[in-house]
Design a protein around this ligand. Sequence first.
Ligand code: TYM
Length: 327
Amino acid sequence: METVVSGIRPTGNLHLGNYFGAVKSFIQMQNEYNCFFFIADWHSLTTRPKPENIINSACTILAEYLACGIDPEKATIYIQSDVKEILELYLFLNMNAYLGELERTTTFKEKARSQPDNVNAGLLTYPTLMAADILIHKAAKVPVGKDQEQNMEMARKFARRFNSMYDVEFFPEPASFSLAAKAVKIPGLDGSGKMGKSEGNCIYLHDDATTIKKKVMKAVTDSGPTQPNSEKPEVIQNLFTFLDIVSTKEAYDYYNEKWNDCSIRYGDLKKQLAEDITNFNAPIREKIREYSSNTGLLDKIALMGAEKARESAQKTIKEVREIIGFR
Ligand code: TYM
């Protein structure tokens, strides 16, 4: 059975971008693959979180994974920092990761720009840690959103480099996976390209009806189409992307027709969208509340996941040491 690995940084709650870009695939893949889904707490250190927030944020994501329907009996769910073998692989991979290629990654350049007083080595070597996360279980598939494409290319490059350097066929090249035909990018409703925590434009899975309505009604629009069947500008296309993921086909077609014959009323569309997002969230929101309060269960699941993940990681790292020459 093929192995699947993916993770999410615990820097807040899960939002619709996380869900439709990654978690939705996790839920489906856990039935068909050997899955490892983790909480990337080491990755969150690049932005200096407060100590008290680290464990709380990990618990939040764990509860939200479960609320979404990730089943600890089917998939291994764990916290990254419980599996120290990842760090050893990170070190090995870093020895053959070059400054030039790391500096050229878009995410590094963006972070260096957005936090100029904290351009740390962890940011620079973010792609090697991510590669270590994936290669530690020799994953074949990695469900991620479109924003992770460059990191995935780096992971493949590091896998190939290791194999050719030691003349082995050890690491499979991990492929990005998406349920849709191509990688998913959930937009923000504020006119910015993508929904994201650092963009501050998220609709969270735990948001209630009032919060969702407020966020959706504020979505950026334009003055409306003047020509029938015209192409949709990006901000309008964004609204339709949301209709496509949370509403019925009938609702989508209805507003699409209204767009095409220039009779669309954005207020109506937004009301529909707010209602459909609220309905989508409702059952997940309820389960988030249940799981969050059951800390005993969360501890048990994290412990069980850590054991299973360590077992797999130890097997890989033992072989890696031998290949490199540590016997
Ligand atoms: P992170 O924590 O930023 O996001 C977690 C997952 O959610 C996806 N995602 C989106 N997909 C579509 N549209 C959006 N607006 C959107 N926003 C977020 C991301 O693509 C991602 O799949 N580096 C990773 C975490 C990580 C990881 C790994 C992932 C660390 N190690 C190993 C896979 C394998 C990150 O920062 O994702």
